[in-house]
Design a binder for this molecule. Structure first.
Ligand SMILES: CC(C)(COP(=O)(O)OP(=O)(O)OC[C@H]1O[C@@H](n2cnc3c(N)ncnc32)[C@H](O)[C@@H]1OP(=O)(O)O)[C@@H](O)C(=O)NCCC(=O)NCCS
Length: 161
Protein backbone atom coordinates (compact mmCIF):
# COMPACT_ATOMS: atom_id res chain seq x y z
CA UNK A 1 0.00 0.00 0.00
CA UNK A 2 1.47 3.36 -1.07
CA UNK A 3 -0.22 6.20 0.75
CA UNK A 4 -0.20 9.59 -0.97
CA UNK A 5 -1.29 12.56 1.13
CA UNK A 6 -2.38 15.94 -0.24
CA UNK A 7 -4.24 19.01 1.07
CA UNK A 8 -8.03 18.92 0.81
CA UNK A 9 -9.26 21.06 -2.09
CA UNK A 10 -12.67 22.62 -2.78
CA UNK A 11 -13.61 19.84 -5.22
CA UNK A 12 -13.07 17.23 -2.46
CA UNK A 13 -16.15 18.35 -0.51
CA UNK A 14 -18.32 15.36 -1.60
CA UNK A 15 -15.68 12.75 -0.73
CA UNK A 16 -14.75 14.42 2.56
CA UNK A 17 -18.44 14.63 3.49
CA UNK A 18 -18.86 10.94 2.60
CA UNK A 19 -15.93 9.88 4.82
CA UNK A 20 -17.09 12.03 7.75
CA UNK A 21 -20.66 10.79 7.39
CA UNK A 22 -19.45 7.18 7.35
CA UNK A 23 -17.52 7.67 10.59
CA UNK A 24 -19.46 10.27 12.52
CA UNK A 25 -22.97 10.27 11.05
CA UNK A 26 -22.47 13.61 9.26
CA UNK A 27 -19.87 16.30 8.68
CA UNK A 28 -21.05 18.24 11.73
CA UNK A 29 -18.98 16.90 14.61
CA UNK A 30 -18.35 17.86 18.20
CA UNK A 31 -15.10 19.76 18.55
CA UNK A 32 -14.24 17.68 21.58
CA UNK A 33 -12.78 19.67 24.42
CA UNK A 34 -14.63 22.81 23.27
CA UNK A 35 -18.20 21.64 23.64
CA UNK A 36 -19.20 23.09 20.28
CA UNK A 37 -20.40 21.68 16.98
CA UNK A 38 -18.28 22.37 13.90
CA UNK A 39 -18.73 21.53 10.24
CA UNK A 40 -15.52 19.57 9.75
CA UNK A 41 -16.02 19.47 5.96
CA UNK A 42 -15.43 23.25 5.91
CA UNK A 43 -12.08 22.98 7.72
CA UNK A 44 -8.60 22.66 6.22
CA UNK A 45 -7.13 19.18 6.17
CA UNK A 46 -5.47 16.42 4.20
CA UNK A 47 -6.72 13.54 2.13
CA UNK A 48 -4.87 10.22 1.95
CA UNK A 49 -5.13 8.25 -1.27
CA UNK A 50 -4.03 4.79 -2.28
CA UNK A 51 -3.95 4.21 -6.03
CA UNK A 52 -6.42 7.03 -6.58
CA UNK A 53 -8.88 5.75 -3.97
CA UNK A 54 -9.53 7.79 -0.85
CA UNK A 55 -7.92 6.06 2.14
CA UNK A 56 -8.39 8.62 4.91
CA UNK A 57 -9.11 12.21 5.92
CA UNK A 58 -7.83 14.53 8.65
CA UNK A 59 -9.27 17.96 9.41
CA UNK A 60 -7.88 20.60 11.75
CA UNK A 61 -8.49 24.08 13.16
CA UNK A 62 -5.93 26.80 13.81
CA UNK A 63 -6.16 28.08 17.39
CA UNK A 64 -3.28 30.53 17.67
CA UNK A 65 -0.27 28.63 18.96
CA UNK A 66 -2.19 25.35 18.78
CA UNK A 67 -3.33 23.36 15.78
CA UNK A 68 -6.24 21.22 16.87
CA UNK A 69 -7.04 18.00 15.05
CA UNK A 70 -10.82 17.87 14.74
CA UNK A 71 -11.28 14.57 12.89
CA UNK A 72 -8.98 11.79 11.69
CA UNK A 73 -10.26 8.74 9.88
CA UNK A 74 -8.38 5.91 8.20
CA UNK A 75 -10.64 3.88 5.92
CA UNK A 76 -8.15 0.99 6.08
CA UNK A 77 -6.76 0.61 9.58
CA UNK A 78 -3.27 -0.50 10.64
CA UNK A 79 -1.65 0.17 7.24
CA UNK A 80 0.01 3.51 7.92
CA UNK A 81 -2.78 5.84 6.74
CA UNK A 82 -3.25 7.44 10.17
CA UNK A 83 0.47 8.04 10.64
CA UNK A 84 0.73 9.57 7.13
CA UNK A 85 -2.16 11.94 7.92
CA UNK A 86 -0.62 12.97 11.27
CA UNK A 87 2.74 13.56 9.57
CA UNK A 88 1.05 15.94 7.10
CA UNK A 89 -0.72 17.95 9.83
CA UNK A 90 2.44 18.08 11.93
CA UNK A 91 4.43 19.41 9.00
CA UNK A 92 1.80 22.05 8.17
CA UNK A 93 1.56 23.12 11.83
CA UNK A 94 5.35 23.34 12.20
CA UNK A 95 5.61 25.34 8.97
CA UNK A 96 3.24 27.96 10.34
CA UNK A 97 5.16 28.13 13.63
CA UNK A 98 2.57 26.47 15.88
CA UNK A 99 3.82 25.39 19.30
CA UNK A 100 1.74 22.24 19.57
CA UNK A 101 -0.75 19.84 18.02
CA UNK A 102 -3.73 18.92 20.13
CA UNK A 103 -6.38 16.24 19.81
CA UNK A 104 -9.22 15.03 21.99
CA UNK A 105 -10.71 11.57 22.01
CA UNK A 106 -13.25 9.70 24.08
CA UNK A 107 -12.60 7.19 26.87
CA UNK A 108 -13.82 4.22 24.83
CA UNK A 109 -11.42 4.86 21.94
CA UNK A 110 -8.52 2.73 23.13
CA UNK A 111 -7.24 2.28 19.58
CA UNK A 112 -6.92 6.05 19.07
CA UNK A 113 -5.36 6.50 22.53
CA UNK A 114 -2.72 3.93 21.68
CA UNK A 115 -2.19 5.42 18.23
CA UNK A 116 -1.70 9.01 19.49
CA UNK A 117 0.60 8.03 22.36
CA UNK A 118 2.76 5.82 20.17
CA UNK A 119 3.07 8.77 17.78
CA UNK A 120 4.36 10.97 20.62
CA UNK A 121 1.26 12.73 21.99
CA UNK A 122 1.00 13.05 25.76
CA UNK A 123 -2.19 13.19 27.82
CA UNK A 124 -2.79 16.67 29.23
CA UNK A 125 -6.38 16.59 30.52
CA UNK A 126 -9.37 14.47 31.40
CA UNK A 127 -12.76 16.12 30.97
CA UNK A 128 -15.09 14.02 33.06
CA UNK A 129 -18.62 13.57 31.72
CA UNK A 130 -17.89 15.95 28.81
CA UNK A 131 -19.51 13.51 26.35
CA UNK A 132 -22.70 13.52 28.39
CA UNK A 133 -22.81 17.32 27.94
CA UNK A 134 -21.98 16.95 24.23
CA UNK A 135 -25.01 14.68 23.76
CA UNK A 136 -27.27 17.60 24.57
CA UNK A 137 -25.98 19.21 21.33
CA UNK A 138 -25.58 16.01 19.29
CA UNK A 139 -28.01 13.37 20.56
CA UNK A 140 -26.73 10.82 18.00
CA UNK A 141 -23.49 10.21 19.93
CA UNK A 142 -23.71 6.51 20.87
CA UNK A 143 -24.04 5.49 24.52
CA UNK A 144 -21.31 2.87 24.36
CA UNK A 145 -18.70 1.31 22.12
CA UNK A 146 -17.29 -2.18 22.52
CA UNK A 147 -19.05 -2.49 25.86
CA UNK A 148 -17.45 0.71 27.25
CA UNK A 149 -19.82 3.58 28.18
CA UNK A 150 -18.78 6.73 26.25
CA UNK A 151 -18.63 9.46 28.90
CA UNK A 152 -15.35 11.30 29.13
CA UNK A 153 -12.93 13.18 26.90
CA UNK A 154 -9.18 12.79 26.99
CA UNK A 155 -7.04 15.60 25.61
CA UNK A 156 -3.56 14.97 24.22
CA UNK A 157 -0.83 17.26 22.94
CA UNK A 158 2.32 16.94 20.87
CA UNK A 159 4.93 19.68 21.34
CA UNK A 160 6.29 21.02 18.06
CA UNK A 161 9.06 23.23 19.48
C1 LIG B 1 -7.14 6.03 15.02
C2 LIG B 1 -6.85 5.81 13.53
C3 LIG B 1 -6.95 7.16 12.80
C4 LIG B 1 -5.44 5.24 13.36
O1 LIG B 1 -5.18 5.12 11.98
P1 LIG B 1 -4.46 3.83 11.33
O2 LIG B 1 -4.32 4.09 9.89
O3 LIG B 1 -5.13 2.58 11.76
O4 LIG B 1 -3.03 3.89 12.02
P2 LIG B 1 -1.65 3.47 11.36
O5 LIG B 1 -1.85 2.25 10.51
O6 LIG B 1 -1.05 4.64 10.68
O7 LIG B 1 -0.83 3.17 12.63
C5 LIG B 1 -1.16 2.04 13.40
C6 LIG B 1 0.05 1.17 13.46
O8 LIG B 1 0.26 0.52 12.21
C7 LIG B 1 1.66 0.70 11.83
N1 LIG B 1 1.74 0.51 10.38
C8 LIG B 1 1.22 -0.56 9.77
N2 LIG B 1 1.50 -0.52 8.46
C9 LIG B 1 2.19 0.60 8.25
C10 LIG B 1 2.76 1.18 7.10
N3 LIG B 1 2.63 0.61 5.91
N4 LIG B 1 3.40 2.35 7.23
C11 LIG B 1 3.50 2.94 8.43
N5 LIG B 1 2.99 2.42 9.55
C12 LIG B 1 2.34 1.26 9.47
C13 LIG B 1 1.97 2.03 12.40
O9 LIG B 1 3.36 2.22 12.58
C14 LIG B 1 1.32 1.90 13.76
O10 LIG B 1 2.10 1.02 14.52
P3 LIG B 1 2.02 0.93 16.09
O11 LIG B 1 0.60 0.62 16.47
O12 LIG B 1 2.97 -0.13 16.41
O13 LIG B 1 2.42 2.29 16.58
C15 LIG B 1 -7.81 4.76 12.92
O14 LIG B 1 -7.81 3.62 13.70
C16 LIG B 1 -9.24 5.24 12.72
O15 LIG B 1 -9.59 5.82 11.69
N6 LIG B 1 -10.12 4.99 13.72
C17 LIG B 1 -11.53 5.30 13.59
C18 LIG B 1 -11.79 6.78 13.70
C19 LIG B 1 -11.25 7.32 15.00
O16 LIG B 1 -11.46 6.78 16.05
N7 LIG B 1 -10.56 8.47 14.90
C20 LIG B 1 -9.98 9.13 16.05
C21 LIG B 1 -11.01 9.95 16.71
S1 LIG B 1 -10.30 10.99 17.98
Amino acid sequence: MTVFVRPIEKGDLPVVTRVLTGSWGGSTVMALGRGELVDAAALPGFLAEDEGQVAGVVTYADRGDTVEIITIDALVQGRGVGVALLDAVREAASARGAARLSVTTTNDNTRALRFYQRYGFDLVALHRNAVERARALKPGIPAEAGGIPIRHELELELALR
